[in-house]
Design a protein. Structure first.
Length: 540
């Protein structure tokens, strides 16, 4: 992919050498009149392929950084910024290449293949072994790939261009380059990422880059010095071999590197179009991680889910129809099924991989007690925001078991707009609850969620519970009416009792509400992700 900055080189660079039109074996510069239609088509196909590869490398670095560090907006912004900056440097550097254009283009292709293909593995390794250097290495990789990409298109344009038709050549190259960027942007999330994952995708794109270089070398070998032609074939074969080996063993490489990120044994991994899923085990402690963030431990998840489910089920004056947004692991459903008067449960979870895992993976079915197979349960793999916005069904209880609001995309599910839409799906005598991150570790975030719910005209009841895996964790119940006394059901639970529930309503001074925490999170001004990042940064 290129950027308009690529146009910085001028036609004067094509005419700087008086010997431009002769001595091709030594100069390796090809005026358009010496290029056949077949050769020109080969060059334009090369433009398409390298554009796909370039954009994919950019997405790989940004996506992996989002998985490892969170805050996808920041990671994508940093990656795109440094990438484009480096492309500009590469474009400027191309002006200094006045001879041996073909030779340099092939060398650049092999270089971008090496840096791009190994990028994901290097970043994984640095994160697992030397985290403090991650940003430095990420920037270095972005610069290396970007400079090479910035060199590609100017060099190819010179090869394609007639000295009198530079503008036409640029139009051809730019149009195909932008088309390749579109192809890459669609193929990465839809095909490459879910099927291959980031590491294998990186190696595959590197192989394509090498193929482009060797394709140009083969077609134009008669224009090159034989000695250099041999050297380039050897270099190309070496890089190809490394990338093929990397692609073959990428799963094993990723497994080894991921194992370094977790203190327990990794027993399951899956890359979906939405997230990276990992399950680890140490004895009877099974843990689910999504994008590196822990979702539960089987040792103490009952504390979380009992506090999430039972108070709101008894705050509502009816519980015939229950909606769960998120909660695809089935643990909240397990608790809801304890109530005989529940007639229908709808689970809306975006990623089908999570709900399939919860229904089929033995570890999950063992702990969720096959809850998702109950005939009262309907599973919808949809976006929660769209489901609430577009639907018309009314529910007595709504449970929001969603990821923390650590980016703008998730922040909309904690916005006043979303809570107002939720009121349209909630019966007048109903209640909803949302997990609300930690009132201790993220105090300002927790109370911002509370004030946002109140801004949407709900009465709120904040709760907290100590979950050893997470620490102190919070929930907020919202009701259209003033919250009355809630009686915990008399059937036996592992943790929750009336006494522990009453204690959950009391907040110690160091986690209690404050006038400083009365902001409202809106779609137009999503303050919550910023607060969340600032809150948790103090502890990391």
């Amino acid at each position: 992919m290129i950027h308009p900055i690529h146009a910085v080189y001028s036609s004067s660079s094509l005419e700087a050498d008086p010997a431009l039109a002769s001595n091709f074996d030594s100069q390796e510069i090809l005026p358009a009149e010496s290029i056949s239609r077949k050769e020109r088509a080969t060059l334009l196909i090369a433009v398409l392929i390298i554009a796909v590869c370039a954009l994919t490398y950019e997405l790989i670095v940004a996506t992996l950084s989002s998985y490892l560090l969170g805050d996808s907006i920041t990671q994508f912004s940093f990656t795109i910024g440094f990438f484009l900056f480096a492309m500009g440097i590469g474009s400027l550097l191309s002006r200094s290449i006045k001879r041996h254009t073909l030779r340099w283009f092939i060398i650049v292709e092999l270089s971008v293949a090496f840096f791009g293909g190994s990028s994901a593995v290097i970043l994984y390794a640095v994160f697992s072994q030397a985290f403090i250097y991650y940003y430095a290495v990420m920037i270095a990789i972005s610069l290396a790939i970007g400079i090479c990409v910035g060199l590609e298109i100017p060099l190819l344009t010179r090869i394609v261009a007639d000295r009198s038709e530079l503008s036409d050549a640029l139009a051809d190259v730019l149009s195909i380059d932008y088309l390749g960027a579109l192809v890459g942007s669609i193929a990465f999330p839809v095909i490459l990422l879910p099927l291959l994952g980031v590491t294998q995708t990186a190696f595959l794109m590197a192989i394509f880059n090498v193929v482009v270089g060797l394709m140009i070398l083969r077609v134009f070998s008669y224009k090159l010095n034989p000695r250099w032609s041999t050297r380039l074939w050897i270099m190309g074969a070496s890089v190809t071999g490394m990338m093929i080996l990397g692609a073959i063993f990428s799963t094993d490489i990723t497994r080894v590197l991921e194992q370094q990120l977790y203190s327990s044994n990794v027993v399951y991994t899956e890359q979906t179009p939405y997230q990276r899923i990992v399950i680890t085990t140490r004895g009877d402690d099974y843990r689910l991680f999504i994008n590196g963030n822990i979702q539960f431990s089987t040792l103490d998840e009952y504390r979380y889910h009992e506090m999430l489910v039972h108070p709101v089920m008894n705050a509502s004056r009816s519980r015939e129809r229950v909606l769960i947004l998120g909660g695809g692991d089935g643990f909240a459903v397990r608790e809801i099924l304890r109530y005989d008067d529940v007639a229908e449960i709808v689970v809306v979870d975006l990623d089908p991989a999570i709900t399939e895992l919860a229904r089929d993976f033995p570890i999950m079915t063992r702990f969720n007690e096959n809850a998702l197979d109950d005939e009262r349960v309907t599973i919808l793999n949809e976006d929660a925001f769209s489901y609430v916005q577009d639907g018309t069904d009314i529910f007595n209880v709504i449970i929001l078991d969603l990821p923390d609001p650590n980016n703008e995309s998730l922040s909309k599910l904690y916005s006043d707009t979303f809570y107002r839409m939720l009121s349209n799906r909630l019966s007048p005598d109903g209640a909803f609850v949302t997990q609300s991150t930690s009132p201790y570790f993220a105090r300002r975030s927790f109370w911002t969620i509370d004030s946002t719910i109140q801004a949407a005209d709900f009465h709120t009841l904040p709760l907290h519970v100590n979950v050893p895996t997470f620490g102190e964790w919070g929930f907020i119940i919202g009701t259209p009416f003033a919250t009355v006394d809630i009686a915990i059901p008399d059937f036996e639970l592992r943790y929750l009792t009336q006494e522990s529930f009453d204690n959950a309503r009391y907040f110690d001074p160091d986690i209690a509400d404050s006038e400083d925490y009365n902001g409202v999170n809106t779609l137009n001004n999503p303050i919550l992700p910023r607060f969340y990042e600032q809150d948790w940064r103090r502890w990391n």
